[in-house]
Design a protein around this ligand. Structure first.
Ligand code: CTP
Ligand code: MG
Length: 237
């Protein structure tokens, strides 16, 4: 059975600051998206990668993929994305051919995930889990607060609770799914969610966590670009 990856790459990258869409920004000279595509295609299990491009950037993404060396055993498809990450993932799922049983969803904004993490997720889905997420324990203690007035940023916010840190995990991608389960989740769940596995939780199915990796961090703010380029430089050394 074949495994496909959907890569949502349609976001603008507002938190990264002005410039090209985040996925097209360079890390040590190569677009973040190309790093992410290579990270997925590095897994021998992956036979298809669907890239969800910025809505007006599908042609540009197609030529980027053509211009960079990628493994020959992998097929690549590009589709335009939507307004939200959730919509973009759904548009990617709509492009999957028959015969795909396992689907990974991987943020273009996590360009440096090691192949062992990818393979670990795929293996757990193949062993029968309907949804698998890589995750790490937290370094910071987390507080739940009563959010303040958005018009008064920086005003003190009352703390509501402190969840036990040892039981919390920070979730990464690629998240892995039984294909039919993820398609059903996207057809059923309409709430705003920040990851795909939570949609499967809402179907009442058991999601499991496997070990993530520090290098699977999400490039979100300018400091993350500094870290990503340092990781790449260390790999080449
Ligand atoms: N994404 C997408 N379609 C959207 C929004 C986000 O495909 N409409 C993708 C991003 O390209 C990214 C991933 O979802 O690879 C994770 O989202 P995030 O890190 O939030 O990226 P952006 O939404 O681009 O960044 P920001 O929230 O700072 O604007
Ligand atoms: Mg976003």
């Amino acid at each position: 059975s074949r495994t496909a990856v959907v890569i949502p790459a349609a976001g603008r990258g507002v938190r990264l600051g002005p410039g090209a869409p985040k996925a097209l920004r360079a890390l040590n000279g190569t677009p973040m998206l190309i790093h992410a595509v290579r990270a997925m295609a590095a897994s021998r299990a992956v036979s298809l990668v669907v890239v969800v491009a910025p809505p007006d950037g599908a042609a540009e993404v197609k030529s980027l993929l053509a211009d960079h060396a990628l493994p020959e055993r992998t097929d690549f498809v590009v589709v335009p994305g939507g307004e939200t990450r959730q919509e973009s993932v759904k548009l990617g799922l709509d492009a999957l051919p028959e015969g795909i049983r396992v689907v990974l969803v991987h943020d273009a904004a996590r360009p440096l995930v090691p192949v062992d993490t990818v393979d670990g997720v795929i293996e757990a889905v193949r062993e029968g889990a309907p949804a698998v997420v890589p995750a790490l324990p937290l370094a910071d203690t987390v507080k739940q607060v009563e959010p303040g007035d958005p018009k008064q940023p920086g005003a003190p916010e009352p703390v509501v609770a402190t969840p036990e840190r040892a039981r919390l995990r920070a979730v990464q991608t690629p998240q892995g799914f039984d294909r039919d389960t993820l398609v059903r989740a996207h057809a059923t769940v309409t709430d705003n969610v920040t990851d795909d596995a939570s949609m499967v939780e809402q179907l009442g199915l058991q999601v499991v966590v496997v070990p993530g990796h520090e290098e699977a961090f999400k490039v979100t703010r300018p400091l993350d670009l500094v870290l990503a380029e340092a990781v790449l430089a260390r790999r080449r050394a």
